[in-house]
Ligand binder design. Structure first.
Ligand SMILES: [Zn+2]
Length: 115
């Protein structure tokens, strides 16, 4: 696993698939690209990360990439520290595998009502 300091992402293989940089060994202080999300998902994800004690930073991109290319929507790149990347990726998968809430899902789900 290598780390590209230009793209701030991890990659396998001999060079960064985005910029052809050779990268270097990742370090604990490196911010690593977790994902690109529309703003609303970015905010949700940051909330979840914060609740789990994972710091994150985000940066706006010029929209319209890949999956969202047909949507006029600005994307945000979300970065987490290298040591927390795996955990953050798992939390993201859990968050987005659940049905996305329509609005703020702050209300605690009722627990133990059904059998
Ligand atoms: Zn790169």
């Amino acid at each position: 696993m290598r780390y590209c300091t230009r793209c701030r992402r991890l990659f396998d293989g001999p060079e960064c698939p985005d910029c052809r940089s050779l990268g270097r060994t990742p370090r604990a202080e490196d911010w690593c690209l977790l994902s690109e999300e529309p703003r609303v998902y970015c905010d949700m994800l940051r909330d979840v990360l914060e609740q789990n004690g994972i710091p994150s930073v985000f940066a706006a991109t010029q929209g319209g990439l890949g999956l969202f290319s047909n949507v006029n929507m600005e994307l945000y790149r979300l970065f987490v520290p290298y040591p927390r990347l795996e955990e953050a990726a798992r939390l993201r998968a859990e968050l987005f595998s659940a049905s996305l809430p329509e609005e703020d899902a702050d209300g605690a789900p009722s627990e133990g009502g059904e059998d």
